[in-house]
Design a protein around this ligand. Sequence first.
Ligand SMILES: [Zn+2]
Length: 173
Amino acid sequence: MLQNLKTPICSFDARMGVLCPKCDAKLRSGQLTKTDVDVSIKLTKAAEKSTDIGKMSLTKAIKVDGDYVLVVEPGSLAPLRRDQSLQKNLQGILGGKVWLTEANTTDRKELEDLFFPVRVANVNTAWLPDGSKLTKVVIPGKKTDRFPHDTEMITRILKETREMELMIEFEKQ
Ligand SMILES: [Zn+2]
């Protein structure tokens, strides 16, 4: 099947499951991680059967606890979201919850992507007396049992991927 899947490693490496000297050097220098390599190989295999995965342009994969944060090329996430089964499909392939975000993005967009499909009302940043930055996100309405995300996990992901200290507030308590 024709596929244009892009991954952080060469498509040849991803198909063969071994790294060429160039990608291997990147892995050893830390420019690539083992998660990048593992996810690239798994998605490449899955893309043979799924055209939707074949449309992805993965730039990075980060594992936070058992969850996967898949970072795709800037501007490429919205079209992927149109396929509502993609996320579930990815979760089945990787065996963990999948969060989709874009590379080189703003704090606000990153928050919108992680909270998706929940809307983000406001994002404010404040500098604390010790010089650290605190980001506050306001979510409309109030938190119900049906809220789709583990907010503590979102906080952890942002801390690990962007060194962001996040405070989540719901408009109504
Ligand atoms: Zn390579």
